[in-house]
Design a protein around this ligand. Structure first.
Ligand code: DGL
Length: 247
């Protein structure tokens, strides 16, 4: 049985890639809900409805575990999903505020994410618990999401947009930039170019992949080492849906 992933679009592919490295024998199904992208500025009710639709589709494909590869959907919907599907393990993602705050020497950390993530309980609680005495600057970077959905991750225009968001965080003294949206690691080369020598860039992909592996192992659900993995990619785009099956 495969492991299911969903995101508002292509962002969560960075989680999928990290997961495939951590669990090379697992089959996967990834849903990119690009038809409804962005999630970042939608209401929690709307995001719950969309997250439930993706979950239902993944469960129809007999997924044994679901990775909510989206910070915004995790913030709005993971409690509801866990409550409605008690027999399915769900893995979520949240901005890496804790490691950034622990490592910061300047005492200033910049977080790039969506409004939905910043408004969620998880973000508020993590910040209150692990970033005491650290100034955490929240910056909504919705423009990054559309750049990634369009595949525009290295253009001059993309660099200008990235610079406009990252420079103010650096000017405020941030020595760590947290990528709190799964779309943003796709812009990592540009973000690192802008912050080179001034701040470290961190995201949660690797930590989520390792957590998914731990949960599979704990539930006795790891695929056998002789399994040949199959990877299915489904991108929902406005009127039609395209599915690609890869071995
Ligand atoms: N990739 C999503 C996240 O991690 C959100 C992007 C969007 O606004 O749809 O938050």
């Amino acid at each position: 049985m495969p492991v299911g992933f969903f995101d508002s679009g292509l962002g969560g592919l960075c989680i999928l890639e990290a997961f495939k490295k951590a669990c090379p024998h697992e089959s996967t199904v990834y849903i990119a809900d690009s038809a409804n992208c962005p999630y970042g500025n939608k209401s929690a009710e709307e995001i719950i409805r969309l997250a439930e639709a993706c979950t239902a589709e993944l469960l129809e494909r007999r997924c044994k575990m679901i990775v909510v590869a989206c910070n915004t959907a995790t913030a709005a919907a993971i409690d509801v999903l866990r409550d409605r599907h008690r027999d399915v393990p769900f893995i979520g993602i949240e901005p890496a505020v804790k490691p950034a705050a622990l490592r910061s020497k300047s005492g200033v950390v910049g977080v790039l994410a969506t409004a939905g993530t910043f408004n969620g309980r998880l973000y508020r609680e993590t910040k209150a618990r692990f970033a005491k005495g650290v100034t955490v600057i929240a910056s909504v970077a919705d423009e990054f999401v559309s750049l990634v959905e369009r595949g525009e991750t290295s253009s001059h225009r993309a660099e200008t947009i990235v610079r406009a968001k990252v420079e103010p965080l650096l000017a405020a003294g941030a020595d760590h930039i947290v990528l709190g949206c799964t779309h943003f690691p796709h812009l990592r080369p540009l973000i690192e170019k802008v912050s080179a020598g001034r701040a470290d860039v961190i995201d949660s992909s690797e930590a989520v992949a390792q957590q998914a592996r731990r949960v599979l192992a704990r539930c006795g659900m790891l695929a056998s080492e002789s399994a040949t993995p199959v990877h299915e990619f489904i991108r929902k785009v406005h009127t039609r849906q395209c599915a690609v099956r890869m071995v």
